[in-house]
Ligand binder design. Structure first.
Ligand code: KIV
Length: 266
């Protein structure tokens, strides 16, 4: 069964238990996650891409995150759940950050929020924690900055970038974050950051030395056959299962096999 509260993150790290996290955006999938042993759920702004078909996470709104988060909380009410702060919901100052994060928590019932960025957002993280809003940090390839990075690129390569990421990680921890996502970061650097911090690191393309792992749920279930980044492992091939089932349904409807005797009201 999943984590119930924030302290289980640090406890897992202290006990050297690797943390499993998946993203989720809807009630039906959340019910399935709740029946699995997965520890925590992230309502990522990747939901904008996965569930709404946006080309990036940038168009995602606070209302959309709240919509996804409410659905997930209904499906998995007992699991520690984190929601992403969307692009520009925390970049315009501390007041906006607290107001928007507070609104997401109040309206959806999530337990924590996640924001992208390092030292430059330390003040926002501090203010959120002071307002009793737990924060998860996110460094490395931060998708809301895709236009600065010029694509989905590994971050933290080379001494200068690695030193900056280590500084950022320490600043995020010092500001009060309860965990840190490391996305598309060289394994050795992610490992060094994981050793340097007392809060758990959660990798996605961060290698084997992080304190936990997160994947986008539809990616790990193999629902998009054309999405195959190096860091992804597909644990099922649901796209072919679903397309196959739809083909079978279509055939049976057209051949008047479905509905059958057992599907009708007398
Ligand atoms: O939005 C998201 O799904 C994320 C994960 C990739 C960590 O931020």
């Amino acid at each position: 069964m999943g984590f119930k509260a924030i302290h289980e993150l640090k406890k897992a790290k202290a006990e050297k238990r690797c943390i499993s996290m998946v993203t989720c955006y809807d009630y039906t999938m959340a019910r399935l996650v709740a029946q699995s042993p997965v520890d925590t759920i992230l309502i990522g702004d990747s939901g904008g891409m996965v569930a709404a078909g946006y080309p990036s996470t940038i168009p995602v709104t606070i209302e959309e995150i709240i919509f996804f988060a409410k659905a997930v909380r209904r499906g998995a009410p007992d699991i520690f759940t984190i929601a992403d702060l969307p692009f520009l919901s925390y970049h315009t100052g501390i007041d906006d950050a607290v107001r928007n994060a507070g609104r997401i928590m109040k309206e959806s019932g999530v337990h924590a929020v996640k924001l992208e960025g390092g030292e430059e957002f330390a003040a926002e993280i501090k203010s959120l924690v002071r307002a009793s809003i737990p924060v998860v940090g996110h460094l490395g390839f931060t998708p809301q900055s895709v236009n600065i990075f010029g694509g989905n690129k590994v971050q933290g390569r080379g001494e200068a970038q690695a030193e900056k990421m280590m500084r950022d990680a320490k600043a995020v921890e010092a500001a009060g974050a309860c965990a840190l996502v490391l996305e598309m970061v060289p394994e050795v650097l992610a490992g060094e950051i994981s050793v340097a911090l007392s809060i758990p690191t959660i990798g996605i393309g961060g290698g084997r030395l992080c304190d936990g792992q997160v994947l986008v749920i539809s990616d790990l279930l193999g629902m998009n056959e054309s999405f195959n980044p190096k860091f992804l492992k597909k644990y099922a091939g649901l796209s072919s299962t679903i397309i196959g089932a739809l083909g079978e349904y279509d055939r049976e409807v057209k051949e008047r096999i479905f509905p059958g005797e057992g599907n009708i009201f007398k």
